[in-house]
Design a protein around this ligand. Structure first.
Ligand SMILES: [Zn+2]
Length: 534
């Protein structure tokens, strides 16, 4: 399983203690790609901890970055004067947060905690304002020429600035609009330019100030390297867009080694996470992590990330068969974990071991509770649509034992997922509306189909009404009458649903109850409805 392989390599190639770091700029709702990042780091941290290694898993909110664009749906008027200011200094237009950065950082933190990620969080603005980054700033300013040369060497760009810092303008509070003109070991001389960037207008102020204690920030690539040095980071992955040759990770790596004199953290370049599908509201740059959690419960979101090899793109479209299949795979992984999956050959044993490890890393806590009932998602989706069906009773009947608290909890989550899925994503054949009276489509049933329904009614009057028994009876009648599967099962669907396809017929009839089923079958067969005698 890939997490175990990575953990093995990290232990070989880097020394303890293991500081694992991930970071994100809270400039809008977090996209699913950022969620892949934090889950991946959490899984690796979990793996390292289990080997008895000291681990510190950090998550940084880069809230000293400037506001350089607005997510759609925010009031532009309100934010226009704040463009270019550090995200932590931009007020939030609502009442729920003191700042723009705070609002989005808190939102994402609540999401990644919900999927079981447990990093210690920090804010980059604190590193600057408490003076923790002062030595890094001094080093970067003193050796500015070397850093600029590195940027040019690695990226091949001529456009790099002369200093790897951005000064906070004392007059307008912007940080994205300034350029450094000089550094004398005490203060930086700077200018706040109206035309430096397209997304914000500097005030034109020219001044001199101390870069320390929050007066300036390092530019992105140098800041990345400074964090590695500051925290002693040993492991840090990034999306593959950062990991291209000559990209930001390459530059940060050389700055880390040559300027800060530290080793580059073990890199984990991971692939994109895309969420598609017609009905998915997509905002700037992709679907948000929150939107994904509106489709799937946290365990399934985490499973979706962990089961994919990190160098494979995840392209998740919640329509079609995707969600029922994902649930089935999740259940198989759970069965592997709890030792319920048979494996005979060494190859099968390896597969089961990998699946069990996948479930282990996908679980929200490192210690999943004891076995619970896991009724198939497709079945639950069907039950919740049936009038008079109590899902708990159905499951209890299948389990043949009273449900435990863990069972009920699992069931509750499945029922919720099924309801949401049916409302928005389920393909038509999963929707089951049993008609109140005989559907008009029943008029088109053939003589042979009517015969099948009549015989089925006779047998179900006395037979045990369990899904498997009903299914077997139907198969028997199909052969007896020489009907195709489509004609035989189609007849049942037409009689109850008014269409020629549906869920497993045995499960459908068993859930509906004997009296109703027998009466409807006889009506559809064109026989006199016979009063059912108990
Ligand atoms: Zn200014």
């Amino acid at each position: 399983m890939w997490v175990d392989v990575l953990v093995e390599r990290i232990c070989e190639e880097r020394a303890a203690p293991y500081v694992v770091n991930d970071a994100w700029t809270p400039s809008g709702p977090a996209h699913v790609g950022s969620l892949r990042g934090v889950i991946l780091h959490d899984a690796v941290a979990r793996g390292l901890r289990e080997r008895g290694q000291p681990v510190d898993f950090l998550y940084g909110f880069d809230d000293f970055d400037p506001l350089d664009g607005l997510p759609p749906s925010l009031p532009e008027e309100f934010y226009r004067p704040h463009m270019g200011r550090p995200l932590c200094d931009v007020p939030w237009h609502g009442a729920d947060a003191p700042s723009f950065a705070d609002h989005f950082a808190r939102e994402f933190e609540s999401i990644f905690r919900a999927v079981g990620c447990t990093p210690r969080t920090y804010r980059t603005s604190h590193l600057y304002r408490t003076g923790a980054f002062d030595p890094a700033l001094r080093l970067a300013l003193d050796r500015a020429a070397e850093i600029v040369a590195i940027e040019r060497e690695i990226t091949g760009s001529r456009r790099a600035e002369r200093h790897p810092v951005q000064v906070l303008c004392e007059r307008c509070g912007r940080i994205g609009t300034t350029v450094v003109l000089g550094w004398d070991g005490q203060a930086v001389e700077y200018e706040c330019r109206p035309d430096k960037v397209a997304w914000a207008q500097g005030c034109g102020h020219r001044g001199r100030r101390s870069p320390f204690g929050g007066g300036a920030k390092l530019t992105y690539r140098t800041e990345w390297a400074a964090k590695w040095a500051q925290f002693g980071v040993k492991v840090e992955g990034a999306g593959k867009d950062h990991m291209t040759r000559g990209g930001s990770h390459d530059t940060a790596s050389v700055v880390a080694q040559r300027i800060f004199g530290v080793e580059v953290p073990f890199p984990i370049p991971y692939e994109f996470f895309l969420v598609g599908g017609r009905k998915m509201a997509s905002s700037r740059g992709g679907v948000s992590a929150r939107e994904l959690l509106e489709v799937l419960r946290p365990e399934l979101v985490r499973f979706l990330v962990v089961r994919a090899y990190y160098r494979t793109a995840i392209d998740f479209d919640p329509g079609g068969e995707t969600v029922p299949r994902l649930y089935d795979e999740y259940d198989r992984a759970a069965a592997a974990y709890f030792g319920e999956l048979p494996a005979r050959t060494p190859g099968e044993q390896q597969d089961v071991r990998d699946l069990a490890r996948t479930f282990h890393y996908a679980w929200l806590r490192p210690d999943p509770p004891r076995p619970f009932v896991r009724p198939r998602f497709a079945k639950v989706a069907f039950w919740v649509q049936m009038p008079h069906v109590r899902v708990e009773e159905q499951v209890e009947r299948e389990k043949q034992a009273p449900l435990t608290d863990a069972d009920r909890e699992e069931l509750r989550a499945r029922v919720e997922d099924a309801r949401r899925w049916l409302q928005k994503w389920a393909p038509p054949h999963y929707r089951v509306a049993v008609t109140e009276s005989l559907p008009p489509e029943a008029a088109s049933l053939t003589g042979a189909q009517r015969e099948l329904l009549a015989r089925l009614a006779d047998r179900l009057e006395t037979a045990e009404l369990e899904p498997e028994t009903v299914q077997a009876t139907l198969h028997g009648l199909k052969s007896e009458l020489g009907l195709s599967a489509q004609d035989a099962f189609g007849a049942v669907y037409v009689a109850f649903l008014g269409r020629d396809s549906g869920p497993q017929a045995g499960a459908l009839l068993a859930a509906l109850g004997r009296e109703f089923v027998v009466r409807r079958l006889r009506e559809a067969a064109g026989r006199q409805p016979v009063r059912y005698a108990p």
